[in-house]
Design a binder for this molecule. Structure first.
Ligand code: ADP
Ligand code: ADP
Ligand code: MG
Length: 591
């Protein structure tokens, strides 16, 4: 029997805006008087799987918000579910296995169940084994289900309250809405292992001690949240997306610190979308695959190298599933722009704020070229883009205002209206078929085209901003941190869309980002920002990609090699033979 599941994403379902439960009115079974779709207790549409055969898919296609999913489960899925949130909600299969002395990396798309798995492992959600009618589930049921396996030992300890958990939540930007006080006050409260001094030193938090939490930037909040977690006296540490908001220097620093946590009796788990960071941080990997918002399956444990390669491949041999019908490949950038004409150039520029000084040396961009910018936070990257975009004036030097620049800001804020309304406002001049095929489809935006911008997740909002920026009429497209909030697959999609666009439209792009793998993937040339954060910034470059990556990696004291099988750049383990050899030769970046 083919097992189909039906899911209504309740946040997306908006029965008043679709014309009064459009799905109910159009469902052939409902029209015959059956109750395949009903009004749920929360006022949202509810699908009754017992009645719905899932074959016609009329509701799926007709829902203007893409809230309804009808999905066939993999044929070889024999496991029982671990948890189902509601009658027609997301289902999780299997749970990850934290291991003493190891860092377990978790890789998977947004909405695939990573946080759900974590809630179970941290005892804040008792799983119902797929039966949402069970209002009082017991962890003993789960323990019984995993009889004789390693996870059973962990679950038993969890039940006996022998697992002490320290947890760094994903949404650090929400901390100021939950907690008041200064950085020091907050850290003092967490300081169970008396490592306050050491941890504050490592993460440069001492200079922020007296600052109110409400006055911190995203990167500062992230460092604070990571520090507060490191100060707990726990035997299971979990970090949900620790690299977000951090600049490239802190990503590597944090990776090293988290790695050093795992020792006998201490298990560490990390969810991360920055592949290089995840690769560097983890000893082992478990992949979550399935269908975002519908169901997620936790794979078997793999070595990091194999795990990431299998993830990119879209095929998991041990689990015998192909979960994506194409491979993600890291083809080495073809230098397609070098012989093309120069499209845009800038002269020496300077900008002075009260306490900050920025110096930029002249540079140029050729048609089709993508210039990437990387370097620590507070060095003036955003200021540079804003000067190019004409939003602020340089103190010295001039910007050629005859060149049109489209600019995606770093801080993206939702606005009123639907995605479609917004795109139409900006994409007036674009031939719609081309735009839909090359931008909307590739970024998977078509299914949220009628959603309100205010209801989008962070990742969806980012993709919409990228699409809107590309829909503007311009010669140069500037993107400030486009990888923020989006998962691995969408990072690759965004990179491809931008690359394709520049190539075909004969335009060029400037991309600021901290995901080193993304930067390596998308860029042709580089600008590296250096200086003293918040005080002074200057640039090296424009450099070729090779030179630029070499500079950045040298600054971070890490070396990259290329994975023979996938052409994927990887960070060498610190002090490994290859690491030492490459450093001696000054070749931090693979060639
Ligand atoms: P991830 O962490 O991988 O992004 P989550 O575990 O947060 O994914 O969520 C997986 C799916 O479960 C999402 O589609 C989400 O909307 C759904 N979900 C999460 N919490 C609830 C809940 N309390 N009720 C119903 N659905 C939920
Ligand atoms: P980055 O993008 O590299 O993180 P920014 O360009 O955002 O750096 O900021 C560089 C420095 O300039 C920071 O110290 C910031 O506080 C300061 N700065 C940015 N904009 C202004 C402004 N409008 N007025 C005064 N200082 C500013
Ligand atoms: Mg910035």
């Amino acid at each position: 029997m083919v097992k189909r599941i039906a899911v209504v994403e309740k946040e997306k379902c908006n029965p008043l805006s679709c014309g009064d439960y459009l799905c109910m009115r159009m469902c052939p079974l409902n029209r015959e008087g059956q109750e395949a779709i009903t009004k749920g207790p929360d006022g949202k549409a509810q699908i009754n799987e017992e009645l719905c055969t899932g074959v016609c898919s009329i509701c799926v296609n007709i829902c203007p918000f893409g809230a309804i999913h009808m999905v066939k489960l993999p044929d070889n899925l024999t496991q029982k579910p671990i948890h189902r949130y509601g009658k027609d909600s997301f289902i999780l299969y299997n749970i990850p296995l934290p291991t003493s002395g190891k860092v377990l990396g978790i890789l998977g798309r947004n909405g695939i169940g990573k946080s759900t798995a974590l809630k179970i492992l941290s005892n804040s959600l008792t799983p119902n084994l797929g039966d949402p009618e069970n209002k009082d589930p017991k962890i003993d049921e789960l323990i019984k289900m995993y009889r004789g396996s390693e996870i059973q030992i962990f679950l038993k300890k969890l039940k006996e309250k022998k697992v002490k958990i320290a947890y760094k939540p994903q949404s650090v930007h929400l901390i100021p809405t939950q907690i008041e006080g200064t950085v020091k006050e907050l850290l003092d409260k967490s300081n169970e292992n008396n490592k306050l001094d050491e941890v504050s030193e490592q993460l440069n938090l001492k200079e922020l001690y007296d600052r109110e939490v409400s006055a911190l930037s995203g990167g500062e909040l992230q460092r604070l949240a990571i520090a507060a977690t490191l100060l707990r006296d726990a035997n299971f540490y979990f970090f949900d997306e620790p690299a977000s908001f951090l600049d490239i220097t802190y990503r590597i620093k944090v990776a090293k610190i988290i790695r050093s946590l795992a020792k006998e009796g201490v298990a560490v788990m990390v969810v991360e979308h920055d592949l290089a960071t995840l690769d560097y941080i983890s000893d082992q990997l478990q992949i979550l695959y399935g269908n975002a918002a519908v169901y997620g399956i936790v794979s078997q444990i793999k070595s990091v190298r194999r795990g990431i390669n299998e993830y990119l491949d879209g095929y998991l041999p041990d689990d015998n599933v192909r979960f994506r019908d194409y491979k993600i490949k890291f083809n080495k950038g073809i230098e397609r722009y070098v012989n093309r004409p120069v499209l845009y150039s800038w002269g020496d520029l300077e900008k002075e704020f009260e306490t900050f000084k920025l110096k930029i040396s002249a540079g140029e961009l050729r048609k089709g070229e993508i210039l990437t910018i990387t370097g620590g936070n507070g060095l003036g990257k955003t200021t540079f883009l804003k000067m190019l975009a004409g939003l602020i004036k340089p103190t010295k030097g001039k910007i050629d205002s005859s060149i049109k620049i489209a600019y995606k800001p770093q801080d993206i804020k939702p606005e009123a209206g639907t995605v479609n309304e917004w795109l139409h406002k900006f994409a007036k001049n674009k031939e719609s078929g081309w735009f839909e095929k090359n931008i909307l489809d590739k970024l998977n935006l078509r299914k949220i085209i009628n959603s309100n911008i205010a209801d989008l997740s962070g990742g969806e909002l980012q993709k919409v901003f990228v699409a809107i920026t590309l829909s503007l009429d311009a010669d140069v497209y500037a993107f400030d941190e486009p990888s923020a909030f989006i998962d691995v697959e969408d990072r690759i999609n965004v990179a491809e869309v931008i690359r394709d666009f520049m190539n075909k439209q004969d335009t060029c792009a400037i991309v600021v980002d901290h995901d080193i793998q993304f930067v390596d993937y998308i860029g042709d040339s580089m600008l590296v920002f250096e200086g003293e954060p918040g005080k002074e910034g200057h640039v090296k470059g424009p450099l070729t990609k090779e030179e630029g990556m070499n500079e950045v990696l040298k600054m971070l004291d890490i070396t990259f090699r290329i994975d023979a099988e996938f052409g994927r750049p990887r960070i060498n383990q610190l002090g490994s033979q290859l690491d030492k050899k490459q450093k001696k030769e000054g070749k931090y970046y693979y060639t």
